[in-house]
Design a protein around this ligand. Structure first.
Ligand SMILES: Nc1nc(O)c(N)c(N[C@@H]2O[C@H](COP(=O)(O)O)[C@@H](O)[C@H]2O)n1
Length: 209
């Protein structure tokens, strides 16, 4: 079985790192990286979230969080896997390019290779739990259930299920760019054929007209 190991964002498969710079929309807000989101949610104090969200480097975010361990929400150990899954899923559903990279790993085992982390990574010698690698493979399965074709651009209601069609998100920046890229893809693919794969839900009715 092929193994894919990753760690630093600048290295091969660095896109899988939580430190990789790519925005994610969660809780109706845009977070600069998965790391910014996960480290914020560790705390109940939302003022800390605002402080973290504007920090540039994910490493600085992780350093600040480790200094604030005494302020951790009491249930963190119970909820951390679910929160990480939610954030990683958002990242790979919200970005077609990243979704494609993940799907193109086929059935390879994905491993976060970090000697300093026995939980999210392999501990350097394979004794770690590699939870982030397991979560990435789980998200890959979820994507495969929707389509096995890495090049297929998925409909906005699947990529961004929490963004209402009538919302401002679709009229500017990232949301508008996504709709334009998706529309071009649907035209090339053939609207009827695409619609057969992905009939629009009620609130997106008229999209293919
Ligand atoms: N690229 C990279 N650099 C580091 O220095 C790292 N520690 C990681 N790993 C990520 O760091 C987070 C650690 O979470 P906890 O503070 O233990 O809760 C986690 O997102 C790892 O994936 N990556």
């Amino acid at each position: 079985m092929e193994e894919i190991k990753f760690f630093k964002p600048s290295e091969p498969y660095g896109e899988f790192s939580n430190f990789y710079y790519t925005p994610v929309i969660l809780l109706n807000e845009i977070w600069p990286t998965v790391e910014h989101y996960v480290q914020s949610i560790k705390f109940e104090d939302v003022n800390l979230w605002d402080r973290i969200k504007v920090m540039k480097a994910p490493q600085d975010v992780a350093n600040l969080s480790s200094k604030l361990q005494h302020k951790l929400r009491p249930d963190w150990e119970d909820v951390k896997d679910a929160i990480m899954l939610k954030a990683v899923k958002a990242k790979f559903f919200q970005h077609h390019r990243l979704k494609k990279i993940l799907l193109e790993t086929g059935d390879a085992t994905i491993i976060q290779h970090n000697p300093n982390d026995n939980y999210w990574a392999d501990g350097g010698d394979g004794t770690g739990k590699n939870k982030l690698g397991l979560i990435l493979m789980h998200v890959r399965e979820q994507l495969l259930e929707i389509s096995k074709d890495p090049d297929l651009i998925l409909p906005p209601w699947i990529m961004f299920p929490n963004n209402d069609r009538g919302g401002m998100f679709w009229n500017m920046g990232w949301g508008e760019d996504y709709i334009m890229e998706w529309s071009r893809f649907v035209d090339q693919f053939g609207a009827e054929a695409y619609r057969n794969l992905f009939p629009e839900p009620l609130d997106w009715e008229g999209t293919y007209n």
